[in-house]
Design a protein around this ligand. Structure first.
Ligand SMILES: Nc1ncnc2c1ncn2[C@@H]1O[C@H](COP(=O)(O)OP(=O)(O)OP(=O)(O)O)[C@@H](O)[C@H]1O
Length: 629
């Protein structure tokens, strides 16, 4: 998720002012609107990416003398690094999953019987506690009187007396995100149906959660004792039962916190290289010290039939080793919810079918969902020559399907991850965390819960209206803006560019390929055909430069090289000035490149889309929800 220190929301005649608040809390609200994922959190104290602030990062390379002089300025000198194409070999450390094979240890997935949805008396109490509960918490009753009294987690309930999900969940409405389209999706119903006889362990049913915890922001420094009871139970399933698990929970229930703990524990038990950690975006992956699912798989976007993918992996020594040696695969939230920017795909090329035309993406943007999960699962069994689910790899997955529903795809039916054919076989247990840690204000929690369900009661609307005000201290300091639609993002960025009184430089893309394919590439490629930049423009990197400076990093144009005329971008977080040269985006068909674009890997970044904002920390943020609500 994105973190903001000051936030303004804009929605049609709902909010015209702003809301100040706990930055995480605000991100929480954003997510509850159904348009943001909960990526791993950055800890407080991180450098603002918007202003030229105290650099906290370390230089990426030995400071080099500045070649020529940048024709711009903007703060103290930084080591200027000439950009290398991201196709240059990365340092050895870029193979985080590499590990010697240990064939003796190929089976880690639990082969225990699955927990039934409605456990029998013989089952241990912790399993019994986990059954679907039967009443809906007052929070979710549309237009309930406000403020509602929140019940203890163990009495919360979301299904009817016969165990069926309450029909009110059917009214939940979700926005699909960047394309702004809305769709009625009964996530709860679909999730429960998809689980069949498989257990959903939780204090309450999927989606609710009304435990009110204490808001604390702290990294996982402690051991198991720092976890809540619910979190401990998840840890037990993962670390002691060695069972594959999906855990969910509304925003702020400690999913990321718990995940970080689990990664730490798993790595210390099995060794770093046997625990593959994957996240949705490059930025999110960096935050949990991992890579993307695609980079783990080593088969590009995975569009080909499974047998072809298996062959591809066979030719890819590193990928093959990874598949053989991985004992636990950790998948952080969002990865399977929709298309994401797979930033470090090995040999990946764009497929227009899988590009999100309404999103920012072409090269390396893929649709990663139920279908890909099934493919990965089959690949795992084949590459590992094991008939066990997922080839015996233990899966630890987290996410909140309410926060990031899949984007509807005109070409095919959009499915949630849990609707994949092999999900139930591979993930015998799902767990719903219910205690909110991030907020303790019951009023705010109620508003968040209602937003998450897409049903704002009149009282919550009144609460939000009561927050309308002009944020103090914003004079002359324009906030970053998050929109849900690409056109809105472009419009705002163009407006900001016009406001800068400096010469505009244009960088034209170099395109090649046959007409038809080129058109496909151009229609959805994240790199613009003409990139317009000015000194002081806020920009976002759209290619990985190395393991830490990745797709999504924010920087500011501080000038243009006098000799090469290339833009020089200051990445504050990395205490680095980088001269950026063209990189390549390609479209491939049947293994052949059929179109290519070369362009400077930057886009303007005053405004950004909800999904591209994941993992960012911003000083002042305006969230425009007009096309969402
Ligand atoms: N056991 C715990 N003890 C103390 N603090 C915790 C604990 N679990 C979570 N937290 C804190 O609660 C806050 C929210 O946790 P976290 O960001 O992990 O939630 P999340 O479910 O991932 O949220 P989101 O869905 O928004 O990404 C964080 O500040 C985190 O440090």
């Amino acid at each position: 998720m994105s973190h903001a220190r000051e936030v303004e929301y804009v929605s049609p005649d709902l909010f015209s002012g702003g809301i100040h608040g706990n930055r995480a809390a605000i991100g929480d609200m954003l997510k509850s609107a159904g348009n943001s994922s909960g990526g791993p959190k950055r800890q407080s104290g991180q450098t603002s990416l918007l202003s030229y602030a105290k650099p906290t990062g370390r230089p990426l390379a030995t400071p080099a003398s500045r070649p020529g002089s940048a024709s711009g300025s903007g703060g103290p000198p930084r080591p200027l690094i000439k950009s290398k194409s991201s196709t240059d070999p990365l340092p050895a450390s870029h193979t985080p999953f590499l590990k010697k094979a240990n064939p003796a240890d190929s089976s880690t997935a639990s082969s225990k019987p699955m927990y039934p949805l409605f456990p029998s008396k013989q089952q241990p109490s912790h399993q019994v506690e986990g059954v679907l509960s039967r009443r809906l918490p007052p929070t979710y009753i549309p237009n309930h009187s406000f403020p509602s009294k929140r019940r203890a987690p163990d009495t919360d309930d979301a299904s009817t007396a016969d165990g069926a999900p309450d029909s009110r969940f059917k009214q939940a409405k979700f926005s699909s995100g960047e394309d702004g389209a809305s769709d009625d999706i009964n996530v709860y119903q679909r999730f429960i149906n998809s689980r069949g006889a498989v257990s959903t362990r939780t204090g309450v049913a999927m989606s609710t959660g009304s435990g009110v915890g204490v808001s604390t922001v702290k990294p996982v420094t402690g051991g198991r004792e720092s976890l809540s009871d619910e979190q401990k139970e998840v840890a037990k399933i993962v670390l002691e039962e060695h069972s594959s698990l999906f855990f969910t929970g509304r925003a702020g229930t400690g999913k990321s916190y718990l995940l970080r703990y689990l990664i730490k524990e798993l790595r210390s038990r099995f060794g770093r290289d046997r625990v593959a950690v994957t996240a949705a975006t490059g930025m999110a992956a960096v935050n949990i010290d991992g890579g993307t699912v695609h980079s783990f798989a080593g088969f590009g976007l995975g569009l080909e039939p499974v047998d072809v993918l298996v062959k591809k992996i066979g030719y890819n020594k590193n990928a093959f080793k990874r598949w053989q040696t991985t004992k636990v695969l950790v998948i952080d939230e969002g990865v399977f919810c929709r298309g994401w920017i797979a930033t470090d795909v090995e040999g990946a090329r764009c497929s227009p079918t899988f590009c999100m035309a309404h999103s920012y993406g072409c090269d390396l943007v893929s649709m990663v969902d139920a279908e890909l999960f099934d493919k990965l699962e089959e690949v795992a069994r084949k590459v590992r020559k094991s008939s066990l689910p997922f080839g015996g790899i233990q899966l630890v997955m987290t996410g909140d399907f309410f926060q990031l529903p899949p984007v509807p795809d005109k070409q095919r039916e959009t499915k949630f991850l849990f609707e994949s054919k092999r999900f139930s076989a591979c993930v015998p247990t799902s767990y719903n965390l219910t205690t909110a840690f991030r907020q303790s204000d019951p009023t705010f929690l109620t508003v968040l819960d209602e937003l998450r369900m897409g049903q704002l009661s009149a009282s919550s609307v009144a609460v939000l209206r009561g927050l309308e005000r002009t944020p103090p201290g914003w004079a002359g300091k324009e906030p970053s803006v998050i929109y849900s639609r690409r056109e809105e993002v472009d419009r705002e960025n163009e407006r900001r560019m016009r406001e800068i009184r400096a010469d505009e430089r244009e960088f034209a893309a170099t395109d090649s390929g046959d007409q038809a394919n080129l058109k496909k590439l151009q229609s959805s490629c994240i790199a613009p055909s003409t990139l317009k930049l000015k000194q002081d423009a806020l920009v976002m990197l759209i290619k990985n430069k190395n393991q830490t400076l990745v797709n999504g990093a924010l920087g500011k144009v501080v000038g243009f090289s006098e000799d090469s005329r290339l833009p020089i971008v200051r990445f504050d977080r990395y205490a680095l000035d980088l001269e950026l040269e063209q990189e390549e985006w390609t479209l491939e068909q049947n293994g052949q490149v059929v179109a290519r674009r070369r362009q400077i890997p930057l886009v303007l970044a005053w405004a950004t889309s909800v999904h591209k904002a994941q993992g960012q920390t911003l000083d002042r943020l305006k969230v425009d929800l007009r096309s969402v609500l």
